[in-house]
Design a protein around this ligand. Sequence first.
Ligand code: PXG
Ligand code: PLP
Length: 440
Amino acid sequence: MGSAENNLDTYWMPFTANRDFKSKPRVITGASGHYYTTEDGNKLYDTFSGLWTSGVGHCHPKIVEAVQKQVATLDYCMTFQLTNNKAIELAERVTDIAPNGINHCFFANSGSESVDTALKIALGYHRAKGEGNRTRLIGRERGYHGVNFGGMSVGGMVPNRKAFSANLVPGVDHIRHTHDIERNAFTRGLPLHGVELANDLERLCALHDGSNIAAVIVEPVAGSTGVLPPPVGYLKRLREICDQHGILLIFDEVITAFGRLGAPFAAERFGVTPDIITTAKGLTNGVIPMSAVLVRDSVYDAFMHGPEKIIELFHGYTYSGHPVAAAAGLATMDVYDEEGMFEQASGLEQHFEDLLHSFKDQKHVVDVRNFGLMGAIEMAPRDGAAGMRGFEIHKKCFWEENMVVRNGMDVLQFSPFLNSDPDEMEQSFAGIRRVLDSIE
Ligand code: PXG
Ligand code: PLP
């Protein structure tokens, strides 16, 4: 009992400087549309759509209603050797808008779980095809694929791996990241330089022999690391190399799926079809935790051999295909359709790009990057205090400008609502400019 401040010490917060936070907590108690509210009734503009999650806005009435109805109709149902109508419907809805040939959907509950599921499917696929030697997994430097052991191992964010260095999954290697501020700083949209970095995969094929590699996983546009759009032609080149060596290509679309790039999937926007797509966040607009792994027919079919009464994939979560989450997902898909959300997102891209790039000559700004409705303003780090300038901006935006602004170290990240109001977007960037003007 008691106020949030009284019992806050009990709560161990994720990816948070707990002691600093608890000395002056920032607690949200409500949300509606594009705004959060705090305990003392302040309204805060959300520049990050939750955590890249809530593209159609918070507490969308259609999704709220669907969840309320479902929880009173079927609250839970075992989904091992049994299932529910909502999970079946959602699998269909999601694969309907997936690239051609991707017609199968496995549910999990978070991006991290979808990544570990995808990696296990890739390993199982090769084994089912009699190529059990293909066990190597390739990620990319600066990649983020969640925090479970598989995703952490293929991930390339050093602070996330550092404390677990000796316990990473074996047989993993990484291609180089594509960030090249020397050649590409302040590029609008896709960087022109760096397609050749995809050839780094050939180096690993030469080193390990391509026939030993099971899968390559990349974010089509890297998010958590500070928004790194792929160089022009890069993803196509990765696809070619994977095809040459029989390697599965996994796109981690936990952020990029469902409209963030003005299309159902980044795969469509880039015209490159992977073998497996991981999704989460926008699947339910963040309302109920849920994720989905979408796979090509050829991958699914490879498992569907052998005795019919034997389980083909020994994998699944208690909450895989949860009916309430699936109902939230179905309502979210309805909202995407009925309100033309992906088209709205496309329509906002240019304005968003212009607003971001107006920070080019701002003090401390060393780069601005954007693609679709993903954007970043990179600040120079303070001497010996990397991340502190970004963190201070986050706090100042909260306390002085009534805004939630996400910082990853010294990179400010932006994930506007798919249905943002251009005036609100402008006002929020005006607030950010006041904070940047005032910061050392
Ligand atoms: N893959 C990608 C590409 C992600 O962006 C995950 C996997 C893991 O999802 P879960 O649901 O397990 O968190 C993510 C999550 C940031 C930030 O500041 C982004 C994420 C998580 C935390 C911070 O950009 N994305
Ligand atoms: N630990 C124990 C003891 C369990 O019984 C289970 C599931 O039954 C799990 C972990 C995994 O939980 P989940 O299926 O929610 O991932």
